[in-house]
Design a protein around this ligand. Structure first.
Ligand code: NAD
Length: 423
């Protein structure tokens, strides 16, 4: 990466962390907590940086850098995914661990936030190199993680196979079978029904609830989804099945838009495992253009900082539901809110994933497994309750849904800190 791109990337990461910190500060202030609460909660209480060697297939040895952040464990063990990505940085992992505390708090899960990341490019690694990397990461962080301490899960570019290797490595180290060490596992190894689709299911529930509040009938709405990966593609399928008109989708290479509605089943068949589909089409538009196209509901489901002060005025949707983490800047949040757009923030909208991860951990601890219907029913109930809590808080305090979500999410941790006598 050239020096200018490196500076831009560093600024973006600081933006994400600073935005998370700013909303936590505002939320604590609005709730009446003293400055010592912000001082403690603005950063993870524990941040481990590790470096470890991995033997590559060509006989060379590469040294990887990785992180594990534990934001706060006053409520219970910390919980959060592990991402494998070349752009992983300490600031990003810190921000993601803060967000996990808020997500767990909103949903009343007995966890604090955690997050991990390995600086690597899994797209350029073989299956066996990925296995050695996954196992080495677990050995490097094993002292601070565990089923009652800190429970990892999948995130960007990690999947159920990687979770299986990590669980196996941890079980070997501890010399007992530990399915509750990690969630997002294959079902045969203690994974939960419904985990793979949980994030998208949760987003759909938020879309339904938001549409209800705005008097929109989902079957009459036009929806744009930015990103066609795990979150975006399942979301497109569920919305299409519900009769909504998905008029736009995109991936890293471009976007497709059709006012009459896109053929979602065909697009799902054509996408590759990295969520790419638009490269098969000629009449594409850019991601930037897609965000400003006519629609009723816009769902950013790709990457950070997509709706900014530069384009927020031109977003035509009346509802924005953030499936991705951090897709809207704080300035854009303010602009959308002033324009009367209902923005359902990431910490609420995409929290279906961690909710079903919690269900998986509960099932592992009980050694008793639920049916798909049971998982879905509990997820629908949990997400509806969470949406309602946040929406009511927003109305009661006359604040936007993002601040209301942080207030709802941080209050449990702040109360736990007080009751434990830490603050
Ligand atoms: P993914 O890697 O499966 O898919 C990402 C999609 O975004 C792909 O279609 C990719 O082509 C597209 N994309 C990448 N760079 C882009 C760019 N510059 N512009 C436009 N599109 C781009 O990832 P995912 O799991 O679907 O996650 C997407 C977002 O949702 C992330 O912010 C992630 O943190 C968040 N999220 C996902 C889950 C989950 O369970 N998958 C849970 C919570 C939050």
């Amino acid at each position: 990466m050239n020096p200018q791109a490196l500076v831009q990337q560093a600024n973006r990461e600081l933006d994400v962390l600073q935005s998370a910190q700013q909303v936590i500060r505002d939320a604590l202030q609005e709730l009446g907590y003293g400055p010592e609460y912000y001082e403690l909660l603005k950063e993870p209480m524990r941040m481990l940086t590790v470096r470890f060697p991995v033997h590559m297939d060509d006989g060379s040895v590469r040294v990887f850098t990785a992180y594990r952040a534990q934001h706060n464990d006053a409520i219970g063990p910390t919980k959060g995914g592990v991402r494998f990505h070349p752009d992983v940085t300490e600031a990003e992992i810190k921000a993601l661990s803060l967000w996990m505390t808020i997500k767990c708090g909103i949903n009343g899960l007995p966890y604090g936030g955690g997050k991990g990341g390995v600086v690597c490019d899994p797209r350029e690694m073989s299956f066996s190199e990925l296995e050695r990397l996954s196992r080495a990461y677990v050995r490097a962080i094993s002292q601070i993680v565990g089923p009652t301490k800190d429970i990892p899960a999948p995130d960007v570019f990690t999947n159920s196979q990687i979770m299986a290797w990590m669980m196996d490595e941890y079980s070997r180290l501890r010399e007992f079978d530990s399915p509750g060490f990690i969630t997002g596992k294959p079902r045969v190894l203690g994974g939960s029904e419904g985990r793979e689709t949980a994030t998208a299911r949760g987003v759909v529930i938020c879309i339904e609830e938001a549409a209800k509040r705005r008097g929109l009938n989902l079957a009459d709405t036009r929806i744009i989804i930015q990103g066609f990966g795990n979150a975006g593609s399942y979301l497109a399928k569920f919305l299409y099945d519900l009769g909504a008109r998905v008029v736009g989708i995109s991936d890293a290479y471009g976007a497709l838009y059709d006012e009459k509605g896109l053929p979602i089943p065909d697009l799902l068949e054509q996408r590759d495992s990295f969520g790419t589909v638009t490269t098969r089409y000629k009449d594409t538009i850019t991601n930037k253009e897609l965000l400003e196209k006519p629609c009723d509901i816009l769902v950013p489901a790709a990457i950070e900082n997509q709706i900014t002060a530069a384009n927020a005025q031109r977003v035509q949707a009346s509802i924005v539901v953030e499936a991705a983490n951090g897709p809207t800047t704080l300035e854009a949040t303010r602009i959308l809110s002033e324009r009367g757009v209902l923005l359902v923030p990431d910490v609420l909208a995409n929290s279906g994933g961690v909710t079903v991860s919690y269900f998986e951990w509960v099932q592992n601890n009980q050694g008793y497994y639920w049916t798909k219907e049971e998982v879905e029913q509990r997820l629908v109930q949990a997400m509806r309750q969470s949406f309602d809590k946040v929406y009511t808080t927003a109305q009661r305090h006359d604040v936007d849904m993002r601040l209301a979500a942080y207030m709802t999410g941080i209050e449990r941790t702040a109360t736990a800190l007080r009751l434990r006598g830490w603050l």
